[in-house]
Ligand binder design. Structure first.
Ligand SMILES: [Zn+2]
Length: 314
């Protein structure tokens, strides 16, 4: 290792520190979960999701492309963690805060990867959602593109494995929860599970594209993997309690709304008390619970997954 190389690493480390501190103080520093596995909590005030970086023998895997501006930050951060190139970027699902940075990564030489259901969801909802995001987000406008770039490698079936001398990385589909294309990343040796928004850390989520009745059963399958570390789409890392807590929230809200629906109430007449938000992730929607109640009501009264019913993203 020559001295120029060391100086370059030092420069990048300082630059990363500036990026971390400069972004409203809310992008957390990389958290080492296991050797060669880092978890990066994104700045929620900018709408960023979380990211995981996994080091393989000769390359890096990034879990979730994030928004374009965060993708650029993450490219720099990845170089401070390892000089290996980012070869694969996995979109856990089609939502903008997880996939709109795709073109940033592919321009840097990575291949974007997702399950077939992610592409199907993009074809269903885009470019309408992208165009709404353009009106709100400078980083989306700055791409100069009119639509989200589709993942380049599509996984058919429900499992894809990357394996080398250092580790195995499983990409698995367990069923329709948060969206029809939800992909998880599972490191069996390290017992690390990246969930995307199939699980966030706290009693909340975005239900608009979900299959709410099915979702807790999907989370039970994730729990059956017996993960030691659960790395959620939003909020801090933790253990299996993130999965069981998310399932409990979904069962609670579904059960409460069903009781009141059966009693003849409309969503506006429902009063539902669920656990308070934690401090790890403040969703940018104070009306979140009311939206969730309406979405569960829609699923119950339509007798179909909420996400299958035409709706507007809000
Ligand atoms: Zn999402």
């Amino acid at each position: 290792m020559d001295c120029c190389f060391e100086w370059r690493r030092l420069f990048l480390a300082v630059l990363v520190l500036c990026l971390v501190r400069g972004a409203s103080g809310q992008n957390a520093a990389p958290q080492k979960i296991s050797d060669g596995v880092w978890f990066l909590v994104g700045d929620s005030s900018k709408g960023y999701s979380n990211t995981t970086i996994i080091e393989m023998q000769s390359y890096l895997i990034v879990v979730d492309a994030n928004y374009p501006a965060r993708a650029k930050e993450l490219l720099t951060i990845s170089k401070s963690l390892s000089m290996k190139p980012v070869r694969y970027v996995f979109d856990t699902h089609a939502h903008g805060d997880h996939s709109y940075g795709n073109s940033v990564w592919t321009a840097a030489g990575a291949t974007t990867v997702a399950f077939r259901g992610v592409e199907t969801e993009m074809d269903r909802w885009e470019p309408a959602r992208w165009q709404v995001a353009m009106t709100k987000r400078e980083d989306v406008r700055e791409t100069g593109e009119a639509d989200v770039q589709r993942p380049q490698k599509i996984i058919d079936g429900d499992t894809f494995v990357l394996k080398d001398k250092t580790r195995e990385v499983w990409f698995i589909f367990l069923g329709w929860g948060h969206t029809p294309g939800d992909g998880y990343v599972w490191l069996p040796k390290e017992q690390v599970l990246c969930t995307g928004d199939a699980a966030v850390n706290g009693p909340r989520n975005k239900l608009l594209d979900a299959n709410i009745a099915n979702w807790p059963e999907v989370l039970d399958k994730a729990l059956a993997l017996r993960p030691l570390h659960v790395l959620p789409g939003h909020g801090a890392a933790g253990g299996a309690e993130i999965l069981s807590g998310q399932a409990q929230f979904l069962r609670d809200i579904y059960g409460e709304v069903k009781l009141q629906t059966d009693a003849g109430k409309t969503p506006a007449e429902m009063h539902i008390k669920l656990p308070e938000s934690d401090r790890n992730w403040v969703p940018n929607r104070p009306d979140g619970l009311q939206q969730d109640i309406e979405t569960v009501y829609l699923e119950l009264t339509s007798h179909a997954p909420a996400g299958s019913i035409p709706h507007v993203w809000k």
